[in-house]
Design a binder for this molecule. Structure first.
Ligand code: NAD
Length: 297
């Protein structure tokens, strides 16, 4: 019997605990506040920003949004980030990806005050994660870790294969699973587009995390019986038959779910966890900045 890992359920429980933490913070006079910044014409970034705003208000977290015109030079975006760094009411700053091509993403992330960097993309926070002293764990990797622990999936001493080496998902997931800490302690292999025999690597894994952006790349043939499969991919497929866009993961769910011990669906797996962990980091940032202890789930 394959376990379907339910990200909606797990993230719902995390949100409930965070909601209580926000109530307690507010009685201490601290109201967490998230600022989002968006630049560019990309439709998906609009959707993500509004999902984040809604998730904040549902928890009693304040939020504000800033739009920077697509044609503006990078200095305009960096100045806006500086203003938010200097604003004492702002606890967390998210610069929504993707940014226009003329903007250097690295420069933008580097400009965010590391204490407000709730995405965990600033080099200081990346360095802290890599050296085993994380401040803000990046949201998607943290969400993956929470999903595994919610289903009592042991990582300690297990072989984990992370497919994808992006700074947003693949690398930080590998770093997180490698920590000397509960919910980590895995033996981690990172695969990517230059990996020569991907199937050989994934077949040797107890846990496979797929974060490639290649629709249905991982199928049952590439898994060992009883593997745990975490599908991070959100790939839009346009079918002529439907008006609504459809999304598939990086895993061929139909075949993989026949062989896996546990698997995340798309949608409803990792996706909802990412936003929950952003809220988590925002509440954490507010507590740290105000020097008030917060009971985080
Ligand atoms: P990316 O394009 O930055 O990185 C993709 C990685 O996959 C690269 O490191 C590349 O080397 C590797 N790769 C590409 N083709 C491969 C192949 N054939 N074999 C092995 N490795 C290959 O993408 P990303 O930002 O890491 O996102 C990955 C996927 O996860 C996308 O579908 C994205 O939409 C999704 N995503 C989901 C969430 C979420 O909350 N669920 C968050 C972020 C990204």
């Amino acid at each position: 019997q394959t376990t379907l890992i339910d990200g909606n359920e797990v993230s719902g429980r995390i949100r409930d605990t965070l909601r209580e933490a926000v109530v307690r913070l507010r009685t201490d006079g601290v109201t967490p506040r998230l600022a989002t910044v968006r630049m560019g014409d990309d439709g998906t970034s609009k959707t993500y920003v509004s999902m984040k705003q809604r998730a904040c208000s549902d928890l009693g977290i304040q939020s504000e949004h800033h739009e920077v015109d697509t044609d503006e030079p990078s200095a305009t975006l960096l100045d806006r980030i500086e203003e938010l760094n200097a604003d004492p009411d702002v606890d967390g700053i998210v610069v929504q990806r993707p940014l226009p091509v003329h903007i250097n993403e690295r420069d933008a992330f580097r400009r965010i005050d590391p204490e407000k960097d709730v995405d965990g993309f600033h080099p200081e926070n990346v360095g802290r994660l890599v050296t085993g002293d994380p401040r803000f764990k990046p949201c998607t990797p943290h969400g993956i870790q929470r999903l595994l622990s919610a289903y009592d999936i042991e990582t300690d001493g297990r072989d984990a294969v992370v497919v994808g080496r992006s700074n947003v998902v693949g690398r930080p997931t590998a770093n997180l699973l490698l920590q000397r800490a509960p919910g980590s302690n895995a033996t981690v292999t990172v695969c990517h587009s230059r990996t020569t025999d991907l199937a050989q690597k994934t077949r040797g894994a107890d846990i496979v995390v797929a974060a490639t952006g290649v629709p249905e790349l991982i199928d049952a043939e590439m898994l060992s019986a009883g593997a745990v499969v975490v599908d991070v991919g959100i790939n839009r497929v346009d079918t002529a038959a439907r008006d609504e866009p459809q999304f598939v993961g990086d895993v061929d769910f139909e075949s993989a779910s026949q062989k896996a011990r546990a698997i995340t669906p798309v949608p409803g797996g990792v996706g909802p966890m990412t936003i929950a962990m952003l809220l988590y980091n925002t509440v954490k940032a507010a507590g740290l900045r105000a020097d008030v202890s917060v009971d985080l789930p």
